[in-house]
Design a protein. Structure first.
Length: 373
């Protein structure tokens, strides 16, 4: 007997929201990790808010919703609020009941901005990586580092001379502007949309664009990101950020520097003598790819990495492992939506980039814990 499409409206539901989520759903393991991390950050959250006034959106809800936005490639906060409103899975992960009212998108963005600018992302990542079940997945001796360009939320038309000269765009909503025969550089020009964005190109033959530079430090055992940074794009930003991150990774909880020697794998862009000497001064063995390009004169560039490093088997292992760091950059750009920022300013962009890396780790950690379970 064929059933009829009877549309009955029920005012009450007697099924718990917990029972509607499959027991083996991947978000269950992720949610357990997130809850454990947020419990340890409660004291940090209390310092960011006043003891008087109207209650804000709970910071725990803000961070969980931000992770959902990365997991499911939700392109905007307005669309995120729409999906939380009707998606039971999203409501369950954030911690809302079926009857709880969803926040306004503008209020959500404003409240989250406070957390992004307070380095909560760094505290979140530190707590996550120091969980007892996660700590055993990490290597404390072998690391890799690399950087990638993150397009800024600014167009090339906004890159104008700082002194106010230059030809203005033509009339209209999207007026044209002629850049022909105009020399543009970060020293003389700046973006009116995002002054922190820099004009930069990754290499010869590639187009210049307004962007930031994201950096990541990966441990080589399971390819998890242990530290990240976002800076203004420049020719030395990758090496400067690498030194900062490796210095932070070698500090213990009581701020003392570990004396044990570690290795750092990197591509040939890090084959610079000053950088290699700085690593050796921090008890770091530079497993850096050799940049032996030939100049137009026929001479071969002298590398800063000597044979005492390259002769060991560990050097070849580091060179193979370091390429896995590109997986994190690929994930945050294709899934996380970080190929082009939707925020302006270095501080906001840094907070967003950090949470994308946290989301990448949270996707991978439960899968790595499964064999040990």
């Amino acid at each position: 007997m064929r059933g009829g499409p009877e549309e009955t409206k029920q005012f009450f539901s007697y099924v718990d929201i917990e029972d509607r989520i499959a027991g083996d759903h991947p978000l269950r393991a992720i949610r357990a990790l997130v809850e454990e991390v947020l419990e340890g950050l409660s004291a940090t959250f209390s310092k960011l808010y006043s003891h008087t006034g109207r209650p804000s959106i709970p910071p725990e809800h803000l961070l969980k919703a931000s992770l959902l936005q990365a997991f499911f490639t939700v392109r905007s906060e307005r669309q995120l609020m729409e999906q939380i409103n009707y998606n039971i899975l999203f409501r369950w992960f954030v911690g809302l009941s079926l009857d709880d009212r969803v926040w306004d998108a503008s209020v959500f963005s404003k409240n989250r901005e406070r957390l992004m600018q307070a380095d909560v992302g760094c505290a979140f990542m530190s707590r996550l990586l120091n969980l007892p079940q996660v700590k055993g997945l990490l290597s404390s001796e072998h690391f890799s580092v690399d950087g990638t360009l993150i397009d800024a939320w600014a167009s090339m038309k906004s890159f104008v001379p700082k002194d106010g000269s230059g030809e203005p765009p033509s009339q209209g909503r999207n007026g044209e502007r002629n850049f022909r025969s105009e020399k543009r550089s970060n020293a003389t020009h700046a973006s009116t949309t995002d002054p922190d964005a820099q004009l930069f190109r990754k290499g010869n033959g590639q187009s210049s664009r307004l962007c930031f530079m994201g950096h990541a430090l990966m441990e080589n055992r399971n390819g998890l990101i242990v530290d990240c940074e976002l800076t203004k794009a420049s020719g030395t930003a990758e090496r400067e950020a690498a030194l900062t991150m490796i210095r932070r990774s070698r500090k213990t909880r009581n701020r003392k520097v570990r004396r044990s020697r570690v290795t750092l794998g990197a591509d040939k862009g890090f084959d610079v003598q000053d950088f290699v000497l700085a690593l050796k001064g921090q008890q770091v063995t530079p497993h850096i790819a050799i940049n032996a390009r030939a100049y137009s004169t026929g001479t071969v560039r002298k590398t800063a990495v000597d044979g005492r490093t390259t002769r060991h088997t560990g050097y070849d292992l580091s060179q193979r492992c370091r390429k896995r760091i590109e997986e994190s950059f690929g994930w945050i750009k294709t899934i996380g939506g970080a190929a082009k920022l939707k925020l302006r300013g270095l501080a906001k962009a840094k907070g967003f980039f950090t949470f994308q890396m946290i989301a990448y780790n949270l996707i991978r950690i439960p899968k790595l814990l499964e064999p040990a379970a």
